[in-house]
Design a protein around this ligand. Structure first.
Ligand code: PGA
Length: 268
């Protein structure tokens, strides 16, 4: 696939969808990291060519409230990384969507493969979590993606379609739901699928969304995630039906994250 220099802007403007670049800090970040987010905010505010994208950071819950109070969420929005299926109760160590909302989150990631793997989260649990997010009026970023073995067995589309059908609640809209396609084998490995592969999976996700949500599916954002970095972001974000990125490692440093956001900065 050959990518034109201005293809990212073309892809974004043709679709009419405002892209989203979201950083998932995972279990990283302490008080000292607040300066990274302030640097991101300052760079966005100072940019002559303002990026045409929504920008979000999903910090650890310990930093959420302090960041949300410090930084205007119209410049950098904040999200949680996971939530419990219930609103409150005796669940030691867990955190609810209501609590994350109270702390300043406007979105919550659910169904990340690290949660699915490390905490045995099934599609049904992810569905209930996404529903809990919606019940608070927040946006659910629902992650789906195949393992290396599933890809090698030619099951990518089947797996992703099944996860999509089983993890996204009935009331999903373009406002309250974002899909993040994250091949498990690409997360934190430096490996990325070919652009053709990304295009094929995103096309299949778009088709499934349009079939299930006829009034909303065409406008729902589908992010790509898995080893997005300043070098590959331009190409990945230029692929049709890629409406932004969910970024792990490269979101921890303001300079790297800003370069990814910058692929959506108009050149004139
Ligand atoms: P990565 O993580 O960018 O470090 O591969 C992406 C993610 O897990 O969301």
């Amino acid at each position: 696939m050959t990518i034109q220099a201005d293809a990212t802007q073309d892809n974004a403007s043709k679709s009419g969808i405002t892209p989203l670049v979201a950083g998932n800090w995972k279990m990283n970040g302490q008080r000292s990291s607040i300066t990274e987010v302030m640097a991101i905010r300052d760079a966005i505010l100072e940019a002559q060519n303002k990026p045409k994208t929504d920008v979000m950071i999903c910090p650890p819950a310990t930093l959420l409230m302090v960041l949300a109070e410090l930084i205007d969420n119209s410049v950098v929005a904040f999200g949680g990384q996971d939530c419990h299926i219930l609103e409150k109760g005796a669940h030691t160590g867990d955190i609810s969507a209501a609590m994350l909302k109270d702390a300043g989150a406007s979105a919550i990631i659910v169904g990340h493969s690290e949660r699915r793997e490390n905490h045995s989260e099934t599609d049904d649990i992810v569905l209930q979590k996404a529903q809990a997010v919606h019940n608070q009026g927040l946006m659910a970023i629902v992650c789906i993606g195949e393992t290396k073995g599933q890809r090698q067995a030619g099951l990518t589309i089947e797996v992703v379609s099944r996860q999509l059908a089983a993890s996204v609640p009935e009331g999903a809209t373009a406002k309250n739901t974002v899909i993040a396609y994250e091949p498990v084998w690409a997360i934190g490995t430096g490996l990325v699928p070919t652009l053709e592969d990304v295009a094929n999976v995103h096309k299949a996700i778009r088709k499934a969304l349009c079939e299930r949500f006829p009034a909303q599916g065409a406008n729902m954002r589908i992010l790509y995630g898995g080893s997005v970095n300043p070098t590959n972001a331009q190409d990945l974000m230029s692929v049709e039906n890629v409406n932004g990125a969910l970024v792990g490692g490269a979101s921890l440093k303001a300079t790297d994250f800003l370069q990814i956001i910058d692929v959506y900065a108009p050149s004139d």
